[in-house]
Structure formats: structure tokens, C-alpha cells
Design a protein around this ligand. Structure first.
Ligand code: F0G
Length: 468
């Protein structure tokens, strides 16, 4: 059955400004061929990210009105804390303005020493932080603190067309070898990203979470989850892993987090919030250190850079994300797009992940070499032909240079179509598929791009390009 039920009714709408191809050519040129630099009102279907772009429910909007804006001890905080504890189970919860703030606090803490006068001195050199795959801000926060971010995803997770139910899993043998080689004293923390965004929105199995946790415990390495898309991961466990068919989503979540010492969370994903996040943990000493870092840049411990009402929206969103009917729709609707693309021989990462479709641009545009950025070309083409905004996850985002200035390409050249939660309908998805079918007709004529200006760090956000 191809149809799926959108388990919500639309109550408020936002108009889309429809543009012509000619207009879009002008707009893209003005944006130096970087879709990040296009004003959002010039986009028809915005699949740049699923982060902070969710449609809030009527109950979330109502909850906003109940926000308590007290500096300390707001009612909103206690409501938020209770819901987070019920699902995640950790002893301490600190709100932050978004996921990367949680990452900054966590890595500043684990990659520093505190001197006799209470100052944090960076101690990141020679330290390693393994994960299945680190998301780019996670990696940047680790590197900014002088340590190395290590990706140890299973081999299947690096191959777009290899089907595996849990392609986000960490390679257990690689992890054991890595710990032996580098020494547990140089690994202050180990992480797992659920679902694995960088690797294609792929889930991690409960068995893998349990195993990684066991190895970390044996080596006295604290273990954290990057929990942004935890509920989508839980749904995959329920539908793909033996023994979980009859468990509720909250039971699965409770078990996942029971294996970890803490987590970082961007509430902009699986909490249906437009802003917010948190860092959670069990360790008393780490809590005190994180609390200090939170107060310096985010705010007091019961609001952490958020308005009270934001915490109300997150609390309500977290209750809603546990709804199995919603998760079924979410996973099935993403899969629907993926299957339509596969039927039309448009290569994508298989199986389809939770929050996004990843087109394999290396296979789709084999005539464009990595140093001319095939995934970037396809991203531009999606905008020109359909007004659709996607994001390149390839050599623009992850390419590096060797000592001679030659580019070391990324493993994969992907275009991510991230699906905002509860925002677009099946007609929008059909339009997206039709645009890709159109592009396929003339794909051999699509040209590559060169970078004409780039910053040293996180270049994909602001680099300027010109067509070749
Ligand atoms: N971890 C993962 C796995 C993420 O996907 C993101 C954000 C973050 C951490 C950082 O959270 O944005 O709230 O600071 N991902 C967004 C994306 C930006 O488009 O995939 P944040």
C-alpha cells in the first residue's frame, strides 16, 4: 500500500511564494550558488533541514500561553524537567538554546582541567572522542577544544546501496581496537548518534547501544547519546529488532537511555520545537561543572537561554513525539518518497532513514568529479528546476585539503532532502519526485562548480561558488 495517513488536520497555513525558473536563476546567482544564502521566502519547498522547522500542534501553541518567564525556578522548567526525566531517565537536566550549546558545554567540560583557582584550562590535545558518526557541529565542538572526533560506523553504513536494518550501528570490534590502541585514559567520553544523521538518518539497534555501553563501562569511559532523533530511532527498533514488537515507544526510549550516562539533545528535531535543547547526565561532579559552563553563556540553570514558554512547547512536543501513529506516518511518508525515487532509478541511500532522503550524487552524476562537487551541482539543480532547497553532504561539507592544497574528497557525495515534521503533504512529496524525474532527463548536461571563496571552518554555510 502506497498511501499513508497524515494523522493531523491543518489548522493554520503559510503561503508559499511561487517563483519562475528565470527568477530562481537570478536568486541563485545572487546567492553565489550557495543555497544556504538564499532567503527562505524564495524557496518553494524547503528541505534544507528538519531542525526547528516542525509545525507545532494546537496543544503546543496553547502551552506557550502558559509559559512562566521567571528567571529562577519557573513553573515551565519543572514541567519540562518532569517530561524529560520520564522519557530519558537521567538525574540532572540542563536546558540550552539548541543542541550545539549542549555539545559546547559537554566538550568544554570533558576536554579541560580545572586549576587550583577554579579556571578551566583546555586539555584536548591527544584526546579522542569516538562515535558512530559525529554530526558536523559535534565534530566542530570537539575539534575546537583540540581533540579528535573519530567515526566508527559499521562498514555497511558507508555504502549507500547496502541494505542493513541498523546502518547507524557502531563497529564494535573497531571500537575495542581503538580503545586498546589509544588507551582509555585518552578517551574522555564515547558517543552514539541516534539516529545517525551524517550516515543517512540510519538507526542504531538496542543491541548495539547495549554493547557500546558495556565496552565503555569495562573501560571506565562515560557514554553519551546524541539524542536528537531518539523517537524515530525507537520506532525503528520497535519495527526492526526482535523482542521489541510489543514494547511501547516510551519503554524502548527508557531502555535506550538506561545504557547511557547522559545525552545531548536538540529539541528542534524530535521535540517538535522551533528552538531549544538540553544536556542530561547522572554524574554529580559533571553536573556541577556543566552547570557553571551553562550559567556563563546560556543562562540560569532553570532556563538555559530559553524563554519559559519554549520549555512548555518542548514538554508538550516530547509527549506528542511518543505517539506511535505519528511515528508510523513519519517513517512511512519518508519511505514513500524514497520508494518513488527508487522506482524511477534515482539512486538513494537504502534503506530510507528516518528524517531524510539522501540522494547518491556520485552515482547519479558520474561525469562530475569530486573536486567539482557533484552533490552541490544537484542541490543547485533542485533549486533551479523546482524551487526545492536541499543540502549537500559531500566534499563541500567534509572535503579537506592535503599539504599540497589538493582536495581529499568525502567518502560519499550526498544530497540530503530533510523532511520538516508535519509541514508538507503528500502532494508536496509527489512534486519533489516529479522534479527529480525532470532533472534525470537532462542530468548528463549538468555541470560542476568551483569554490571561489571559503572560510576555514564549516565552509559549506558561507562558501561562494561559480559554475564551471
Ligand atoms: N546532533 C545532530 C545529530 C544533529 O543533527 C544536529 C543538528 C545537532 C546535533 C545540533 O543541534 O542544530 O540544535 O544545534 N542538525 C541540524 C540538521 C542542523 O540540519 O541536521 P542544533
Amino acid at each position: 500500500m502506497k498511501s499513508f495517513l497524515e494523522p493531523f488536520r491543518i489548522k493554520t497555513v503559510e503561503s508559499i511564494r511561487v517563483t519562475s525558473r528565470e527568477e530562481r536563476e537570478e536568486i541563485l546567482k545572487k546567492a553565489f550558488y550557495n543555497t544556504f544564502l538564499i532567503p527562505a521566502e524564495n524557496v518553494l519547498i524547503d528541505l534544507l533541514t528538519d531542525s526547528g522547522t516542525s509545525a507545532m500542534s494546537a496543544k503546543q501553541w496553547a502551552a506557550l500561553m502558559d509559559g512562566d518567564e521567571s528567571y529562577a525556578g519557573a513553573r515551565s522548567y519543572y514541567k519540562f524537567e518532569k517530561v524529560v526525566k520520564d522519557i530519558f531517565g537521567f538525574k540532572y537536566i540542563l536546558p540550552v538554546h539548541q543542541g550545539r550549546a549542549a555539545e559546547r558545554i559537554l566538550f568544554t567540560m570533558v576536554l579541560s582541567k580545572i586549576d587550583s583557582s577554579g579556571r578551566y584550562i583546555n586539555d584536548g590535545q591527544g584526546k579522542y572522542i569516538p562515535s558512530n558518526n559525529h554530526f558536523d557541529t559535534t565534530r566542530a565542538n570537539i575539534e575546537f577544544n583540540g581533540a579528535e572526533a573519530i567515526d566508527l560506523v559499521i562498514e555497511e553504513g558507508k555504502k549507500p546501496d547496502v541494505v542493513h536494518p541498523f546502518k547507524g550501528n557502531m563497529d564494535i570490534e573497531k571500537l575495542k581496537r581503538f580503545i586498546k590502541e589509544k588507551g582509555c585514559e585518552n578517551i574522555p567520553i564515547c558517543m552514539l548518534t541516534i539516529t545517525n544523521n551524517t550516515g543517512g538518518g540510519q538507526p542504531v539497534s538496542m543491541e548495539n547501544i547495549r554493547e557500546v555501553s558495556k565496552i565503555c563501562k569495562e573501560n571506565r569511559i562515560p557514554f553519551f547519546l546524541d539524542a536528537c532523533r531518539f523517537a524515530e530511532n525507537a520506532y525503528f527498533i520497535k519495527t526492526r529488532e526482535k523482542g521489541y514488537e510489543n514494547k511501547s515507544i516510551i519503554e524502548i526510549c527508557n531502555e535506550m537511555f538506561s545504557y547511557a550516562d547522559g545525552c545531548t539533545m536538540s529539541a528542534k528535531k524530535d521535540a517538535f520545537a522551533n528552538i531549544g535543547g538540553f544536556i542530561a547526565m547522572n554524574d554529580d561532579d559533571w553536573y556541577i561543572k556543566c552547570r557553571n559552563l551553562l550559567i556563563i553563556t546560556e543562562g540560569y540553570i532553570t532556563y538555559g537561554g530559553l524563554a519559559g514558554r519554549d520549555m512548555d512547547a518542548i514538554a508538550q512536543g516530547l509527549i506528542e513525539i511518543l505517539d506511535e501513529n505519528y511515528l508510523k506516518y513519519r517513517i512511512e511518508s519518508t519511505k514513500y518518497i524514497g520508494e518513488m525515487l527508487l522506482e524511477n532509478d534515482i539512486p538513494i541511500i537504502r534503506p530510507v532513514g528516518g528524517h531524510a532522503i539522501y540522494i547518491d550524487a556520485k552515482t547519479f552524476l558520474p561525469h562530475i568529479p569530486a573536486n567539482q562537487f557533484p552533490a552541490h551541482s544537484l542541490t543547485c539543480e533542485l533549486y533551479l528546476t523546482g524551487g526545492i532547497r536541499a543540502v549537500e553532504i559531500g566534499s563541500v561539507m567534509f572535503g579537506k585539503y592535503d599539504e599540497n592544497g589538493n582536495m581529499i574528497p568525502a567518502d560519499m557525495e550526498l544530497v540530503r532532502l530533510a523532511i520538516p515534521r508535519r509541514v508538507y503533504t503528500k502532494s508536496h512529496f509527489d512534486y519533489l519526485v516529479d522534479i527529480l524525474k525532470e532533472i534525470k532527463k537532462y542530468k548528463d548536461k549538468i555541470k560542476g562548480y568551483k569554490i571561489i571563496e571559503e572560510p576555514k571552518f564549516l565552509r559549506h554555510f558561507t562558501a561562494k561558488f561559480s559554475p564551471i
